[in-house]
Design a protein around this ligand. Structure first.
Ligand SMILES: Cc1ncc(COP(=O)(O)O)c(C=O)c1O
Length: 433
């Protein structure tokens, strides 16, 4: 159905959510709703599913069963996956510990190191734009008597390496700085951070979730000691991840956080999720083989999306340094547009907004606030996460729709009108109510 145009109507999903309101004919190749939220999770690659399927069927052994063929077969699959993960990160298979995902990996890394090196010191350094799995873990450790420094970021989202140097003292045992940010896509100067940590004898952990499989990551040249990753951000299954733990130069030790049968070299007990681990391995192998071509394609689409916005609209504010940036990420503030109305206007497109729904309130994203954005600008921000299955036709549909909705909302915006008339909003004294 190459050039055929398809009529769409209001459609309901099983749980009653309206997914498409448009009665306009859709361009060829576009099916609603469009998924462009690949930092939240990714659709599983059919090749990954295929690799996993036998392990839901008759290959069901426990990888820890050492005395029969069912166990050996499961163990063999797990060890193949361990090799596949290690190859992507440029480490040895023995340095990979399987977990239930990156939340667990981050907890295991930070709490495990804090506990193991407690006698050496109690100071941990992280930064304000980390994922909650790092921030909340650090907050918990503060309650247990650790001292945590939360480094600020610059307006472009990157930390200043000199801030890190200044924050280090003789009690510092761990630095945890993410590789790439999940909201604004900026890539931190990881190799430099790792180098500084090694000079000072401090362990360097990085949350590599958003970087792995998207850009080349090499734990040797990046000077990384410990790194968290998860399968569901790289077209693998949910609920499985890994932690890289360096074994030489320096040998890092981690105190286990889940006790039990001593699996994963005693660092993480619990029967291994064999199908999930096989899926993670397959996802890593595919990512390694296709990363270069995929990254080029996604960056091209991302730049095309950005250029379309900048051509059609004014007051488009791109968030995060664009030079050190994930290929598939674009975070844009459509200034002078009311955030919630914007989201309502694009309900057939799955993207993330700069607002986090916390209980009943709509709070601006703490990551965008850390860049110095005001609440209103943060609320008017949208994160586009392009991924393996997005097409140019989808990017065209999404950009045209956004441009249309933003233009219409601005027609109704008194602030936008005032700005267009040359009034400086910062100089206005608003009447108090
Ligand atoms: C940067 C980052 N770290 C950690 C996580 C948590 O990963 P998981 O969903 O595997 O627990 C996510 C995913 O939301 C993430 O984006």
């Amino acid at each position: 159905m190459s050039n055929e145009l398809k009529e769409t109507g209001v459609e309901m999903t099983d749980n009653g959510v309206v997914i498409a309101e448009s009665r306009e004919p859709l361009p060829a190749g576009v099916k609603l709703p469009i998924y462009m939220d690949n930092h939240a999770t990714t659709q599983m690659d059919p090749r990954v599913l295929e690799a996993m399927l036998p392990f839901f069927g008759n290959v069901f052994g426990n990888a820890a069963s050492r005395n029969h063929a069912f166990g050996w077969e499961a163990e063999k699959a797990v060890e193949t996956a361990r090799e596949q993960v290690a190859k992507l990160l440029h480490c040895t298979a023995k340095e990979i510990i399987f977990t239930s995902g990156a939340t667990e990996s981050n907890n295991l890394a930070i709490k495990g190191i804090a506990e193991m090196y407690r006698e050496r010191g109690n100071h941990i350094i992280t930064q304000v734009t980390e994922h909650k799995a790092v921030l909340d873990t650090c907050k918990k450790l503060e309650k247990a008597g650790y001292r945590v420094t939360y480094l600020p970021v610059q307006a472009n989202g990157l930390i200043d390496i000199e801030d890190l140097r200044r924050a280090m003292d003789e009690k510092t045992i761990l630095v945890s700085i993410m590789y790439a940010n999940n909201e604004i896509g900026v890539i931190q100067p990881v190799a430099e951070i790792g180098k500084l940590c090694h000079e000072k004898g401090v362990i360097f952990h990085t949350d590599g979730v958003q970087a792995i499989g998207k850009i080349p990551v090499n734990v040797q040249t990046d000077n990384i000691d410990v790194m968290s990753l998860t399968a569901h951000k790289i077209y693998g299954p949910k609920g499985v991840g890994a932690l890289y733990v360096r074994r030489r130069n320096p040998r890092v030790q981690i105190s286990e956080q889940i006790n039990g049968g001593g699996h994963e070299r005693g660092m993480r007990s619990g029967t291994l999720n064999v199908p999930g681990i096989v899926g993670l391995g397959a996802a890593c192998e595919i990512a390694g083989a296709e990363m270069k071509v995929e990254a080029e394609r996604l960056q091209e689409l991302r730049d095309y999306l950005k250029a379309k916005f900048e051509k059609a609209l004014d007051y488009v504010h791109v968030n995060g340094d664009m030079e050190h940036h994930l290929p598939g990420n674009l975070n844009v503030s459509f200034v002078y547009v009311e955030g919630e109305s914007l989201l309502m206007g694009i309900n057939d497109i799955a993207v993330s907004s700069g607002s986090a729904c916390t209980s009943a309130t709509l709070e601006p994203s703490y990551v965008l606030k850390a860049l110095g954005l005001g609440d209103d600008v943060a609320h008017s921000s949208i994160r586009f996460g392009l991924g393996r299955f997005n097409t140019k036709a989808e990017v065209d549909y999404v950009s045209d729709k956004l441009i249309d909705v933003v233009s219409k909302l601005r027609e109704l915006s008194p602030l936008y009108e005032m700005v267009k008339e040359g009034i400086d909003l910062t100089k206005i004294e608003w009447a108090a109510h």
